[in-house]
Write a protein that binds this ligand. Sequence first.
Ligand SMILES: *[C@@H]1O[C@H](CO)[C@@H](O)[C@H](O)[C@H]1NC(C)=O
Length: 104
Amino acid sequence: MKFLYMLFAAIPALAVNITTFTVIGCGGTTHIFPCDGLCHASSNMRAFKVDAGAEHCVTVYSGNACQSGTLQFPTPNSEGECEPIEASQATLSFLCSVDNTCAT
Ligand SMILES: *[C@@H]1O[C@H](CO)[C@@H](O)[C@H](O)[C@H]1NC(C)=O
């Protein structure tokens, strides 16, 4: 029993997700990605929402594969609100950190 309890305790309840939108104000086409600290492709991303309840940092890049042109959006105690991306260039990739540490 004790072993089983520890096994379940080690599995995170729910992954926190980020939803991306193609229109500022959180409209248009949506895509859902996990906040896993990994780079995801995001052409035409204009806004996003991070699931409520935790601190995360979203970094948006104008380059492919999270290479160049960073804009960072720390989302402390996110309530799932819409965060617009007022970027002068198109965004091509982003990552959502697993905690409140922003990508460097
Ligand atoms: C995140 O997305 C996954 C896969 O779609 C889903 O199973 C999970 O419930 C989502 N997490 C939250 C907090 O909604």
